[in-house]
Design a binder for this molecule. Structure first.
Ligand code: SF4
Length: 764
């Protein structure tokens, strides 16, 4: 029988007499009655409101379904330019953050020694009075750590910190500094470009898991869907080069495993073939790119010279050589126009990461896809003066400088704003030690207990994005001017008293007369001012006969965009190839282990920021299907040699430290690589983040060695080598697929790449 509200209530009546036939519903039905209906059965009117999601850094447009004042569902906003209604497994996390039982409800003041974990709940007026007093006495020595920020929240945070004479560091564990530098050097842009995958014929990607976690995955998944067009009238071809079998690798037509740090050499070897064989379009300025040297500019990068240096395992090549593979890829890439080359992730995370990424993005100039449909599409500056269209992306080197400033008492007060750098920075950065100092007063703004606010003097609970105002200039946008708008859709629950963090900073600045560059009463006020400026432009996607009507329509639509204002190519290609080859150096590795360590962002936990959310913990990884644990990806043949079986607890050791996790044995893992997801190993937070058995949860950031990227000082997080040891312990791995054993098949040359598995082959 179909379960309808009517027959549900009929069953509920029966249940009172103990006559319910269906065990599944028995418990539920006993507690239900027409006078105490569950919320989902209230016959309320539903409303959908547009806003901006803040769960991933790319902050996309969503619509939220509200019934009787409660948010029930989050979906992609079909109108929003970057995701066009698409969403990912992460989208529903917003609801679990909103209604999480462990969410901080009131300001908390340290009561006892630092890191004692003893906090008193206090009122906002007492909390703000104390913070204000500390700010006044420590004026000129105030700093802030936040994630990358854009829109008016970023403007307010920057002006606040400037007013008190300090600096704001935008920190993320796997920073994008090197990617930004490569885009600037190759295309002359500060703002990240968009990759028009939907109109491309060929995608050649290196290291960037752009269909899962890299930069703007939802936007590029939409493009990928068009690229693979289901009616087969248009089906692009994709080759992915990566040290790990990622989600993007699994969607490619061809995956080329490579040793971390060799991606640039491969890209320049592809460039060599394109120039040598004259495969470039007639309007490409080869003379300019090579400073008139032609192929000599790439002497030494012929496939025959480079092939043996890439670390590509022989078994993926069949009877072909690596040099033949390079020539094949170069010819395919150059003959399918428009074609895009994309690089990021591991490809930019060795000590020579800047060289690698510049070499990769150079390929776009060689095939004439820069600033063209189906190629690299640039984004314009935002239409509002002062509303910055890109974030700063500082690096771990900035955190190390801050640590030194705290030690030298140059910084005496620290705001940590929705960030968890104690978890997100390797131990050797020394942040945790200086936060424990009594000379430093730390204010933490956030929603959950974590490893950083464990050292706070004051914790101020923030509003969830569904309860708060905000705006964003998406980076990357879809190639035209876009501003997203966030509005409060529900009120906090009656027992919660969070405040908008931007409003808290504004009120502190106003209280101390330091709000000269912040002429707004509140964040809402700043957004209304922006709306009036957009109204005066008299263009774009929102209309209204009055400013008030325009504001209402802006909120209704979830943002403003104008397809007629696009970015433009500002590349200076003269001598570009020699500027890149001058940077060519072998990657520095440290750790003295037998394997490259390749960490990667977890598909739902990302860098650990979502660890408190059960939905994020329980969402199976798309490649391994593992949930809740730290798994260690090991090649199947290596596992046999080392006597390792799936579920064994493995110690992974670098020079810096060691961690343990559970072996996941895979034929798709390159033999020289150990891959480990970020996101677990939390020590402070909700039970969902921290309650784990010994050996099954670890923070891979703690074993990354202190290597920096030449030219950017970004963390070279793919420049560590590790050794592995079987601890002799074994745990059940929490995965959704059955037990499988792999075996090779293949009847023709090249098919050795393909492996299949059969249920029941596995004996443990
Ligand atoms: S993919 Fe991320 S940013 Fe986009 S809507 Fe979902 S949770 Fe939000």
């Amino acid at each position: 029988m179909k379960l309808t509200r009517r027959n549900f209530l009929a069953w509920a009546g029966l249940s009172a007499m103990g006559a319910v036939a269906c065990d599944v519903f028995e418990d539920e039905l006993k507690v239900q009655s027409p006078v105490a209906l569950p919320e989902d059965l209230v016959k309320g009117k539903e409303n959908w409101y547009a806003t901006l999601c803040r769960t991933c850094p790319n902050s996309e447009g969503v619509v939220v379904r509200v019934i009787e004042g409660r948010a029930k569902k989050i979906q992609g906003n079909p109108n929003y330019p970057t995701n066009l209604g698409a969403q990912s497994a992460r989208c529903d996390l917003g609801l679990q953050q909103l209604y999480h039982p462990d969410r901080l409800s009131n300001p908390l003041r340290l009561n006892g020694a630092k890191a004692s974990g003893r906090f008193d709940s206090i009122t906002w007026s007492r909390a703000l009075a104390e913070v204000s007093k500390e700010l006044e006495s420590r004026d000129g020595s105030v700093a802030m750590i936040s994630p990358p920020m854009r829109g008016h929240s970023a403007v307010i945070a920057d002006e606040f910190i400037k007013a008190f004479g300090g600096k704001r560091i935008e920190f993320e564990s796997l920073d994008l500094r090197t990617y930004r530098a490569a885009i600037k050097n190759v295309f002359g842009q500060d703002i990240q470009p968009h990759y028009d995958i939907g109109n491309a014929e060929y995608v050649l990607s290196f290291g960037a898991d752009f269909l899962s976690t890299w930069v703007s995955p939802t936007q590029w998944e939409v493009g990928y869907g068009e690229f693979r067009d289901s009616d087969h009238s248009h089906r692009g071809i994709m080759t992915h080069v990566d040290s790990r079998f990622s989600v993007t690798a699994s969607n490619a037509d061809r995956w080329i495993p490579i040793a971390p740090g060799q991606e640039g050499k491969l890209a320049l070897s592809i460039a060599y073939v394109i120039i040598e064989e004259g495969l470039y379009p007639s309007d490409v300025d080869i003379n300019g790119l090579t400073s008139g040297q032609g192929l000599n500019a790439l002497a030494g990068y012929s496939p025959e010279n480079i092939g043996s240096q890439l670390g590509t395992p022989d078994n993926v090549l069949g009877s072909h050589s690596v040099s033949e593979l390079i020539r094949t890829v170069a010819r395919e890439f150059a003959s399918h126009s428009p074609a895009i080359a994309i690089g990021g992730g591991t490809a930019g995370a060795s000590t020579n990461g800047l060289f690698n990424l510049e070499s990769i993005y150079l390929l776009n100039h060689l095939v004439g896809s820069v600033g063209k449909e189906g190629g690299v599409v640039f984004n314009p500056e935002p239409p509002i003066k002062g509303l910055k269209g890109y974030s700063n992306s500082h690096t771990l080197a900035d955190i190390e400088e801050l640590v030194n400033d705290i030690k030298a008492s140059k910084i005496k007060m620290l705001f940590v704003y929705n960030a968890n750098p104690v978890y997100g920075a390797p131990d050797w950065a020394g942040l945790e030690q200086v936060l424990n100092s009594n000379d430093l007063y730390m204010v933490n703004i956030g929603s959950f207990v974590n490893e950083t606010n464990h050292y706070a003097d004051m914790i101020l609970p923030d509003r969830n994005y569904i309860e708060d105002w905000g705006n964003d200039v998406p980076e990357p946008a879809a190639g035209y001017q876009t501003i997203g708008v966030q509005q409060p859709i529900v009120n906090p629950l009656s027992d919660m008293d969070p405040r908008s963090s931007s409003d808290v900073l504004l009120s502190l600045a106003q209280d101390l007369g330091k709000d000269g560059n912040m002429p707004w009463k509140s964040l809402e006020d700043a957004l209304k001012g922006m709306s009036d400026e957009l109204f005066n432009l008299n263009r774009g996607s929102v209309s209204g006969s009055t400013k008030q009507e325009f504001w209402t329509n802006l909120l209704r639509q979830g943002g403003w965009w104008d397809k007629s204002v696009v970015g433009r190519d500002q590349s200076n290609i003269n001598g570009l190839i020699s500027k890149i080859t001058d940077k060519d150096k072998e990657p520095n590795l440290s750790g003295n282990g037998d394997f490259y360590l390749v960490p990667f962002l977890h598909n739902s936990l990302l860098d650990g920021r979502n660890g408190d959310i059960p939905w994020a913990q329980g969402t199976p990884d798309p490649i391994t299907s593992v949930a809740w644990q730290t798994w260690i990806e090991i090649n199947d043949k290596v596992a046999v040699e080392r006597g390792i079986r799936e579920g064994d607890v493995i110690e992974v050791k670098s020079g810096a430290s060691s961690i343990t996790g559970i072996a996941f044995v895979s034929p798709a893992q390159p033999p020289s690589v150990i891959s480990i997801p970020l996101g677990q190993g939390r020590t402070k937070g909700s039970a969902y983040a921290t309650d784990r058995l010994d050996g099954e949860s670890a923070n891979v950031l703690n074993i990354i060695e202190n290597n920096k990227i030449d030219g950017t000082e970004g963390l070279a997080w793919a420049a560590t080598t590790v050794s592995i040891t079987n601890t002799g312990e074994s745990l059940r791995i929490a995965k959704f697929e059955g037990d499988y054993e792999s075996r090779e098949v293949g009847f023709t040359e090249g098919e050795e790449l393909i492996k299949t598995t059969s249920p029941g082959d596995h004996d443990h």
